[in-house]
Design a protein around this ligand. Structure first.
Ligand SMILES: CC(C)(COP(=O)(O)OP(=O)(O)OC[C@H]1O[C@@H](n2cnc3c(N)ncnc32)[C@H](O)[C@@H]1OP(=O)(O)O)[C@@H](O)C(=O)NCCC(=O)NCCS
Length: 187
């Protein structure tokens, strides 16, 4: 439990989204070796106990300062395999965004798509969001497929949307309508 926003425990099947804990830092050892995860996140490029601890503390601060809700993704065996977070800067406009990663040794089981879909639904039901957004680089076929499986639709290409790894990059905008806005209008 942290101050600011309280990060809940959310079950999805046998798996769980929950607040990061110091004991999760081990997963960062593998994440640090990924060619892409450290480029788009604050996962350290070189793992050390201190760097792992600092990553976990950054997640605490994101909840404390109201940036959003960062979750560790825990699989059915109790192993922490990745991260998913919902960021609420534009929540007063009804919009939130989600970011995610799963370490290579845990990929392909459907856990990323299930985690993203679960968190999108939670944001609609518990935060009152109407629209959940994902920004995905066009080459990232795995993330595109994850978004589609989680119920998101591609709305187009945002050219030179932001800097990634020191370069301007295009992003596909994926969105899912959630909460009461997702329900069909009463006749
Ligand atoms: C994107 C990522 C989270 C997907 O993780 P995952 O655990 O493999 O995803 P899932 O198992 O839930 O798979 C979801 C779908 O994507 C497909 N998929 C996953 N990786 C793929 C790839 N490299 N190419 C094509 N399809 C892929 C899966 O087959 C599945 O679709 P299916 O059920 O129709 O077969 C993971 O590759 C990752 O962390 N990548 C690095 C960080 C990143 O890109 N984050 C997202 C930034 S926008």
């Amino acid at each position: 439990m942290v101050g600011g926003l309280a990060v809940p425990r959310i079950r999805f099947g046998e798996r769980v989204l929950r607040e990061w804990a110091y004991g999760d830092a081990e997963v960062l050892r593998e994440a640090a070796e990924d060619p892409y995860i450290p480029v788009i996140t604050t996962v350290p490029r070189e793992w050390s106990e201190e760097a792992g601890r600092a990553f976990v503390e950054r997640q605490f601060r994101r909840a404390e300062d109201g940036t959003g809700y960062p979750f560790a993704i825990v699989d059915e065996r109790g192993r922490t395999v990745g991260h998913v977070g919902v960021w609420i800067r534009d929540l007063d406009l009804g919009r939130v965004s989600i970011g995610y990663w799963v370490v290579a040794s845990a990929r392909g089981s459907g856990i990323a798509a299930a985690a993203v879909g679960t968190l999108a639904e939670w944001a609609g039901a518990h935060l009152g969001a109407a629209r959940v957004e994902l920004h995905i680089e066009p080459w990232n076929a795995g993330s595109v497929r994850t978004a589609e499986k989680a119920g998101f639709t591609c709305e187009g290409l945002l050219r030179s949307w932001g800097e990634v790894g020191g370069e301007r990059r295009d992003m596909l905008m994926f969105a899912r309508i959630v909460g009461s806005a997702a329900r069909p209008a009463a006749s």
